[in-house]
Design a binder for this molecule. Sequence first.
Ligand code: PGA
Length: 250
Amino acid sequence: MTRTPLIAGNWKMHKTAAEAVALARAVAEEANRRPDREVMIAPPATALFPVAEAVRGTRLILAGQNVAWEEKGAFTGEISPLMLADCGCAMAIVGHSERRHIFGEDDAMINRRLKGAMNHGLVPILCVGETIEEREDGRTAEVVEAQVRAGLADVNPESGRELVVAYEPVWAIGTGRTATSGQAQEAHAHIRAVLAQMFEKDIAAEIRILYGGSVKPGNAAELMAQADVDGALVGGASLDAQSFAGIINF
Ligand code: PGA
């Protein structure tokens, strides 16, 4: 089974619209040079429209950093899947650890968001990962499995192909501390085994599982060389065209 590597940049709360357009143009050039990889960026919502205009016709994929479950309504501060699609997005991140830990999103809400995205044709990237306390207690596999099962609850097995999972240990995000390639592979293999129980085995074999947490040009190749690591979800290093290009070309 060959899974096309997906290199995804999560810009978080960074970049004005003008800065975003300049960076997106540079990333799109790199994406066009690598037809063997998929490249995605999730700019802040305020920059989505101008970025979509600037990269139209390129291979660069746009994503929302989060997504609501309803098309419209009284949901102050939220962005609907319809609105993301309208801005040219094909994907949406759900369950990022900052949403879970800073903004209190729980598995049930993340599951609603994920299904909302899928119902509107957006490919969700479901983020899961353990805290340092959970790892030190030896609970990594259990915590990650519970997040995968709850996040994907009630997803039609046939739709399983249309999703991406990102393993992002909380202790590795923005800390400069990366999981070793062995730790990443162990978690990814476990996630794939859980996916095989939830969906068909051949569907689980098609689902891309990204690693996230302090991915840099210098550590990307070793992580990507692991059998079940199918790409990266990159925060800090995606904010600079050169460093993100170093990861795209791992
Ligand atoms: P980082 O963030 O690359 O800055 O550690 C990763 C993420 O939050 O997706």
